[in-house]
Design a protein around this ligand. Sequence first.
Ligand code: ARG
Length: 439
Amino acid sequence: MKLWGGRFRKEENKLMEDFNSSLHVDKRLYSEDIKGSIAHVKMLVKCELLATEEGERIRTSLLSILEDIDTGTLAIEGNYEDIHSFVETKLTERIGETAKKLHTARSRNDQVALDIRLYAKNKALEVIKYIDRLQTSLEEKANANNVIMPGYTHLQRAQVITLKHHLMAYYNMLNRDRIRVLNAIEIMNESPLGCGALAGTTHTIDREMTAKELGFSKPVDNFLDGVSDRDYLIELMSCFSIIMMHLSRLSEELILWSSQEFKFISIDDAYSTGSSIMPQKKNPDAAELIRGKTGRVYGSLTSLLTTMKGLPLAYNKDMQEDKEPFFNALDTVLSCLEIMSNMISTMKVNTENMKKAVKYGFLNATEVADYLVSKGVAFRDAHSIVGSIVIYCEDHNKGIEELSLDELKSIYSLIEEDLYEFIDYQNILNKGIKVNILR
Ligand code: ARG
């Protein structure tokens, strides 16, 4: 059944019908669509646009449709234009004529805008839960591993840090991710129901009531904007893109750290795969897939930005293209957050190898310069003196702390015995906030 057709003389072309249909995508919105309709009906009754018994009949039947879909008794399939047509047709099949009154004072334009907004809001809250879970995994792993490791810049060993400090950097990124998503929810939290097709309705309706009923802070201020705003999807996908960028960076580190070259961690077998030809291989596929899937989330964001660019007000059918990229980005970010969380909590840390990497990386060179500064040397001069010490160490295959006082003095005479304590790795960590870093 079509929700329109009165003004048409010819049947719709079959190819066009398939081209136009969005049911296979928007069927995900069935629950929001039905709940939106129930709130709408309640409002119609209150505004005396629908008799109480009619409203009750529609409401009860909508609830039974919802239950049947939830339990699998009713499959969302068949020749319907979209989820709105599907639900209305089912309602008509169940209660007949009264169903035809449901769409009073409403358009599919405000209906779909409502459905996707409700869906996006609920799912954004779910994303926050997944972020929290990953943060917990990171924090637990960090606290259990307050151990020395090399910190890098340019992927060259730079200064000594702890694994806790390193992992908590991601925890902090995720904090910002959570705030960004919460902020997006706050901005989108307005109801478009009642905007009609673009210019409201001549009926006296109560938009405040439906907004409240559906958990929004208020109805939107402008009807044209209300039906054609998809900013919130773009904003959420932008948040998802940043989350994926963070997950991708973490993935890259896990991939590097689990390599034979680093051997800092080992990823649990449950999140690795093997090679069909090389029996010795254990590949970090989960991390690689997260890194790879980042591309599709960025792509989804770009896709909708491009769809919306240049659209005149108000609703245009182009906007039907909003759902696929959003659902895809959402599914991807949820599964990546979950897999990452499991991978972090099950990974094993090789403390010894990280310690070794610290030792052979001259990671106390900056502290030697600090030491010289404490003896009155200007930092720039100290920097250059330490450069000479490092060259000497390289030539003699030794760490700075392994040089004798005589060797050190031969490079710079002001160096004394107290240097050794100053540049001891654990002492370096104890001095800074580094070892005690909370978050
Ligand atoms: N399937 C449509 C969409 O997702 C629903 C709105 C249709 N509105 C219209 N005027 N044809 O955007």
